[in-house]
Design a protein around this ligand. Structure first.
Ligand code: MN
Length: 261
C-alpha cells in the first residue's frame, strides 16, 4: 500500500486512507470503521450476498462519499474503504477495482442533500415487488414504517432502452434512478433489487434490514388474504418513534456480525 506521509501526519490514518490527491478533508477513522461494520451486518442479516453495497457521505466533506472497493460486503475491512468525489471518481483506489454501480450512490447524494447513507441490494424477498405488475410494496408493520406510501419502481428500459444489462453503470442512469426515488426512502429496481436511503449510516442499515423483512411479511400476508397497510399518519408517527431505537438494533447486529452471539 502506498502511504502519503503528509496525509498521515494530518489525519493519522494512512493505513486506511493512502493517496487521495486533491481530495480535500479526509473522513474520520470512526466513520470508516463503522462503514466496514455496516457491510458485515448487511451480509449477516441477509440483505447482501456477494453483491450489494453500502455508502456514507464523508463526514469532513459532504460532497464526497465512502464505499468499499469492488468486493463482497462480508469481507470488507477499513482498509477496503475508498473515497469518491461527487462524480464517482475514486480518490484512493490505487488501482483497485471499484463497484460498477457506484453511480447509484453518487447521483442520489447529488440530488438529495438530506441523504447521508445509501444501501443498494438484491435482497431476495423485495425483488418480486419490482416485477409483479399488480403488486404494490407498502409498509405492513411498525418496523418498516419508513417505507413510502407507495414505493416507486425504477424501469431501466425507460432510461437505457430495451437492450440493457439492468445495471446502473453511468451518471445518467444513476440520475434517472435518483429521479424515480424522488424525495422518498426506497426505490425498487425492476428485475434487479432495491435502494434505500437515510440520514445516517446506522439508520440506512436498519432500513435495509427491515425493507427485506417487510417484503417477507407482506408476501405472506397477501397470500393469506386482504391486507391492511399502515396509513399515512401511522407511517410518520411510527417512524419518529422508531428513530430513537436504532442504536439498539445496531449494537445487537454488530455483535452478531462479529460472531459474539
Ligand atoms: Mn445491483
Amino acid at each position: 500500500m502506498v502511504c502519503n506521509p503528509a496525509y498521515s501526519d494530518m489525519y493519522g490514518f494512512a493505513q486506511t486512507m493512502p493517496d487521495r490527491p486533491g481530495g480535500g478533508a479526509g473522513p474520520s477513522q470512526t466513520l470508516i470503521e463503522e462503514l466496514a461494520v455496516a457491510n458485515r451486518i448487511l451480509f449477516r442479516e441477509g440483505v447482501v450476498d456477494a453483491f450489494g453495497h453500502v455508502s456514507v457521505r464523508n463526514d469532513a466533506n459532504p460532497n464526497h462519499y465512502l464505499l468499499a472497493r469492488n468486493m463482497a460486503p462480508a469481507l470488507v475491512t477499513p482498509e477496503d474503504i475508498v473515497e469518491f468525489d461527487a462524480d464517482c471518481n475514486p480518490l484512493n483506489a490505487n488501482g483497485r477495482a471499484v463497484y460498477l454501480e457506484r453511480f447509484i450512490h453518487g447521483e442520489i447524494y447529488k440530488m438529495r442533500p438530506d441523504v447521508v447513507a445509501v444501501v443498494h441490494s438484491h435482497s431476495p424477498a423485495v425483488v418480486p415487488f419490482g416485477i409483479v405488475k399488480t403488486a404494490k410494496f407498502r409498509s405492513v408493520c411498525q418496523m418498516s414504517s419508513f417505507l413510502p406510501v407507495c414505493t416507486p419502481i425504477f424501469e431501466i428500459r425507460d432510461a437505457a432502452g430495451e437492450d440493457n444489462d439492468l445495471l446502473i453503470t453511468s451518471q445518467a442512469l444513476g440520475a434517472a434512478l435518483a429521479r424515480v426515488l424522488g424525495d422518498g426512502t426506497c426505490v425498487l429496481m425492476r428485475g434487479h433489487g432495491s435502494t434505500v436511503v437515510a440520514s445516517n449510516l446506522r439508520e440506512v442499515v436498519y432500513r435495509a434490514v427491515y425493507t427485506e423483512v417487510n417484503a417477507k411479511l407482506q408476501s405472506e400476508a397477501m397470500r393469506m388474504g386482504e391486507v391492511t397497510y399502515l396509513n399515512e399518519k401511522e407511517l410518520v408517527t411510527t417512524t419518529r418513534t422508531i428513530a430513537t431505537q436504532i442504536n439498539r438494533a445496531w449494537d445487537f447486529w454488530r455483535m452478531r456480525a462479529e460472531g459474539k452471539l
